[in-house]
Each structure stands twice: as C-alpha cells, then as structure tokens.
Design a protein around this ligand. Sequence first.
Ligand SMILES: Nc1ncnc2c1ncn2[C@@H]1O[C@H](COP(=O)(O)OP(=O)(O)OP(=O)(O)O)[C@@H](O)[C@H]1O
Ligand code: SF4
Ligand SMILES: [Mg+2]
Length: 370
Amino acid sequence: MNPDRRTVSHDGPVLRASGLAKHFRMGGLGRSRKVLKAVDGVSLEIGRGETLGLVGESGSGKTTVGRTLIRLYPPTAGTVEFEGRDITRSSGARLRQDVRRRMSMVFQNPSTSLNPYMRLGEALTEPLVVHRIGDAAQRRSRVAEMLELVGLDTSMADRYPQELSGGQRQRIGIARALITDPSLIIADEPTASLDVSVQAQIVNLLGDLQKELGLAYLFITHDLALVRQISHRVAVMYLGRLMETAPADALFTEPLHPYSAVLASMHQDREHRIVPRGEIPSPMSPPSGCVFRTRCPIAREQCAEQVPQLREAAPGRSVACHFPGELKLDTAAASVRPEPAELTFTDVPPTTAPPRPVPAGSVPHTGEKE
Ligand SMILES: Nc1ncnc2c1ncn2[C@@H]1O[C@H](COP(=O)(O)OP(=O)(O)OP(=O)(O)O)[C@@H](O)[C@H]1O
Ligand code: SF4
Ligand SMILES: [Mg+2]
C-alpha cells in the first residue's frame, strides 16, 4: 500500500479537527473526582484520498481521537468539520446522515463487532437497514458487490463469523465499513491481530480500495515501519497531545520534535537510537508545560513553564516544541547519553524491518477467496 500521491486531492480537507479534547471523569466523589485528559487540544486535517497515520505509545489517546472524530464519544471541547459540515454537536438523524454513513471504522478485532449468531450477509446488510438504503433486492446486490470488492466469494454471505479465518473476518469488517459508501475510514490497528502474511494482504487491499474509491484513511497503528510505508502524512501523539504532523518521509528523515526523533531513530542501528528517559507519566497527572519534558533529552526550564502550542513549521507540517529541530537524528546519538530504560513503544521495529507487503495487485487472495 505505497501511498499514491495522485489519489490526494487538495479541494479542502475531508475532515478538520480543531482543539479537540476528550476528558474522562474518573472515580471518586465530588471534588475528589479526577479528570483524565485522554485527548487534549488535538488539531488535524485529513485530505480527500489521503492516508494520515496516527502513532504514539499505548495510552497516548489514538483510539480516543478516532472514536471522538466519528462521534462515538461527544467531544469535551473543540470542533470537528467533516465534508465541509460542522458535526461537533450533530445528533439523531443528522448524526446518522452526516457522520455515520460517510465515516466508518475498521477495528483491530473484527470478531468483537460481528454477532456470532448472525450470517455475514445479514451483518453486512445491517448498516443499509439502519441508513434506510435500498430495497431488499438492492441490498442483496450491494452485499455481493462488497464481498467481491474485498476479495471474498459471494457465498460467504451464508456463513457465520466463526467459520472464517482472521484475514477473512477483517475483509468482512472492511466490507461492512464500505457498504454505506464512506469517504473516510478510521482504521484502528486493523492488522495488529493478524499473521504477518495476512497483514500484507489486508494492507494491500486497503491501498487498492483507496485508489479505486478515493478513500481517506486515519490509520492508527503502533507499527512505525508500516506507518512510514502507507501514510502520506503522519501525526505523532504523546499523552493526549499532538507532538508533530509531517509528510511521512520528512518525519522519519528530518523530525522536528524530539519525540519524533526518538521514533525515527528506531529505524537506525541500536547504538544510534535515542532512548527517552524513564517511563511515560500517568495521564491522570501529566507534567506541567510540555508533557514530554520528563523524558525529553533536551528539556530545559521553559519547557516546564509553558505549554508548546502546535505551530505550522512548513506547509503540511506542524510541531509542538519550544526548540523544534534541535535534536537532530544524525548527531543525536553523540549528544545524548541514552539511559538503559525500556521503550514502552512495544511494537517498535527491531533493527531488521518486518517483511514488506507484496506490491499491490500481485497478491492472489489465496486462503481468502474460497
Ligand atoms: N472510556 C474510557 N474511560 C476512561 N478512560 C479511558 C476511556 N477510554 C480510554 N481511556 C484512557 O484514555 C487514555 C487514552 O486511551 P486510548 O485507548 O485512546 O489510547 P491508545 O493510544 O489508543 O492506546 P493503545 O495503543 O493501547 O490502543 C488512556 O489512559 C486510557 O486508559
Ligand atoms: S518543548 Fe521542551 S521538553 Fe518539550 S519536546 Fe520541546 S524541547 Fe523537549
Ligand atoms: Mg488504541
């Protein structure tokens, strides 16, 4: 799924979020109740036909961003514009019409969203019924069309989820997401639970669908090699905030934010990697000023006092740091003495990159199509 720059149109973004926040009130009574700022002040745009990769350590707020954008969670603050409409407070029929029909989610584990007692044909028809699309014959034909589009035989409509392999189930998850003709798919770790060879097939399928249907993706993943390969741009999250957004290659070759430099250095030899200090702080009590300051190799006094705002550094590129670009990839290893702390970014690729997907179009869907 190498991003095809020709699929990106610049006629205004399909989605724009400004100052998006999602806070959860945690246990306790009255004033003792704590607030967990899972997402705080996130601003991002996704162009038509564009893949924006969203990366960050576990608990950094990636899933919460996705769920808030699609309005599964009401935002605590900020605005979301989708296909030119403000959907921040949409509800009822407007929410169904403006958001749920044109923006879909693909989950890590499709099994959890499939009813084991429902045939796949019924599961695929469900969104059409909810959105009152077509009559019975048109729905049957649309289900068959979707099954073929994702590389499955139309006879799959009569099967139950537990009769399918993991890869086949994810193809059903993608078909279900596509059936209402969306313009944006939020894919939350869609390949994380699959074998490597099946991952490659799903990644290639998503790439083919993007080219064919002009889809935009918010692709949430831990896998830095994958995100670099598939994304037009990448957004980096840490403790609920965006650290940097940049074209994928630029982020990994010339990162401006120290945390992006940490991630980019994972592609280098072990001795050239930048290892941040200590552990990720609790999201219940994030550090003052810059949330990355307790782990940042170049933090200084100002970083504890002032929150760095996300500012445009170049067209299509923003960074939230008081000293952007100061921690350089090539010289970083010499200037920073890494502590032997373990990265909590668990799926960071080792020195050897995982197998790359076979180029799109050359993967026969063996084991998938029956
Ligand atoms: N419904 C909820 N209620 C309370 N806290 C939540 C809820 N959902 C998420 N959180 C908290 O918000 C923070 C962000 O969680 P989120 O699941 O968005 O992170 P993530 O980046 O997707 O992590 P992972 O990579 O592990 O999937 C975490 O501290 C999490 O515990
Ligand atoms: S603002 Fe300061 S602590 Fe935060 S990333 Fe930049 S240099 Fe590091
Ligand atoms: Mg998540």
